[in-house]
Design a protein. Sequence first.
Length: 302
Amino acid sequence: MKKKVLLSTLLLLALGLSWYLFVKPYDYTVRFEAKTFPGAINQALKLWDQTLEPIEQIQQNESLYQLKQKLKFGDSLYVYDWKIKPLTDSTSKVRINIQDVNHSLMNKIKVPFSDTDFEKRSRKTVLDFMENLNDHIDAFKVKIDGKAEIPSKYVAYIPIKSSQFKKAGGMMKNTTYIEQTLMQNGVQLDGPPMVEVIEWNRSVDSLEYNFCYPIIKSDSLPMNTDLKYKSILPKNALKATYNGNYITSDRAWYKLMDYASKKNIELEPTPVEAFYNNPNFGGNELNWKAEIYMPIKEDLSE
């Protein structure tokens, strides 16, 4: 009997060791908690990745909570498998499973017995990101205001396609043209500039959106220009107030999506933004204000 127990124990140990050395897909794990929501971590990680000259663009699966990153250090290819888990409305847990593809077996042998260069490099890389993330989340604020209605406006607009990161760049590129065209033709403004997102592809962070200036509709609008005209119709939505640089106003989109998920509210991922400050005037960016609306999906069965 004792012999059978001993053989079973040895077999389990052998199987466990074989799994650890030859099957386990990572060599080391780093964990930390962040004082922000998953969408902010997701976008900060992608921006930070671009500063590191990665092997390839960071990969995201169907959920924004999981990303895979590949980085080259000397003769080693490191794979960072990031998993983000929301804890509360303002905190998240992050776990990073790390593998050195070229030296995985040796790392697994050494890691339990010493603090290897691989472990030190892994911790340093994650700490570098944590510092970057903390700087990022200190630079903006998002407050959920609750249910509201997208304001009805008649707008002059220019349609734009860009990456999510370059949304503000598309606005800046067209601001002077739109303002001068409207001013030279005596068009009266009717509110702050707006962005109306037509399509948001979250898997590749791409956008199609209209950069809009609300105007008073008249019979003498300039027609032989690049400007187009339309009405933004009122619609039920969740609203947030964003303070910070408008480059990262999309962080409010993720906050609204998280809030809606917890409240079992189904949203359409086509946000509308209204910007109340002119970035050309500078000042403390935390005083810049934008109102962000995420439409609530209509129940067509009613």
